[in-house]
Design a protein around this ligand. Structure first.
Ligand code: HEM
Length: 178
C-alpha cells in the first residue's frame, strides 16, 4: 500500500514536470514569434525613421539601384524575379515603409512579415539570399544617404534588417511543420 502511494506520487511528479516543460517550450516559441521593439533603442528607431524619410522621395531610384546591386552581387537570383522590377520595387519600398513606421511596435507587423516569408519560399528564395539582399540594401542606403549614413545609422539599419529577415526566415523552419 505504502509502495503504491510512493509510485503514484512519483508518477504525478513526473507528469507535472512533463506538462511544465511543454508549456515552457510553447511560451519561448511564442516569444520568438512576437519580438518586441527591444532589439532597437528609441535613438536607433529615430535614426532609421529619419534616414528613411530621406530615401522615400527617391524610392524609385533607390529600388532600381537595389536590384542592380543585388544582381551584381549574385547574378543567379535574377531568374527568381518573374514580374516587372519597377512594380516589384514599389512593393518592396511600400513594405519597408510600413515596417519602418512600426518599429515602436514590431509585433504589429510580425504576422505580415511571417506571411511574406512563406510567400518567399514559394518564390524559391533561399535562406542564404537574405544576406545578399541585406548587403545590397545597406549599400543603397549608403549611396542614397551619403554622410548621413553614419556608423550609428548603419548599425541601427543592420539590426532592423536582421529582425525583419529573422521573422521572415522563421517561416522557413516552420514549413515542414505546416
Ligand atoms: C527584408 C527582406 C525582404 C523584403 C522586405 C521583401 C519584400 C518583398 C515584397 C513586398 C514582395 C512582393 C510580393 C509579396 O509581398 O509577396 C517581394 C517579392 C519577391 N521577393 Fe522579396 N523581400 C525580401 C527578401 C527577399 C530576398 C532575400 C529575395 C531573394 C533574392 C527576394 C526575392 C523576391 C522575389 C523573387 C519576389 C517575387 C518577385 C516576382 O514575382 O517577380 N526577396 N519581396
Amino acid at each position: 500500500m505504502m509502495y503504491g502511494l510512493l509510485i503514484f506520487v512519483a508518477l504525478l511528479g513526473l507528469w507535472m514536470l512533463y506538462r511544465n516543460t511543454g508549456k515552457q517550450q510553447l511560451e519561448s516559441h511564442y516569444v520568438q514569434e512576437e519580438p518586441s521593439s527591444a532589439p532597437l533603442t528609441p535613438e536607433q528607431i529615430k535614426l532609421i525613421q529619419d534616414s528613411w524619410a530621406q530615401v522615400t522621395p527617391i524610392k524609385a531610384t533607390a529600388a532600381e539601384l537595389f536590384y542592380a546591386r543585388l544582381f551584381e552581387l549574385d547574378p543567379t537570383v535574377k531568374t527568381l524575379f518573374k514580374g516587372k522590377l519597377d512594380f516589384q520595387g514599389d512593393k518592396l519600398m511600400t513594405t519597408l515603409t510600413v515596417v519602418v513606421d512600426s518599429l515602436d511596435d514590431l509585433s504589429s507587423v510580425v504576422p505580415m512579415l511571417h506571411a511574406m516569408g512563406k510567400r518567399h519560399i514559394i518564390y524559391n528564395v533561399k535562406a542564404e539570399h537574405y544576406d545578399t539582399v541585406g548587403a545590397a540594401f545597406l549599400w543603397v542606403l549608403e549611396q542614397g544617404l551619403g554622410e548621413l549614413f553614419t556608423t550609428e545609422t548603419k548599425e541601427a539599419w543592420t539590426i532592423a534588417y536582421g529582425v525583419i529577415a529573422s521573422v521572415m526566415l522563421e517561416a522557413y523552419s516552420e514549413s515542414d511543420r505546416d
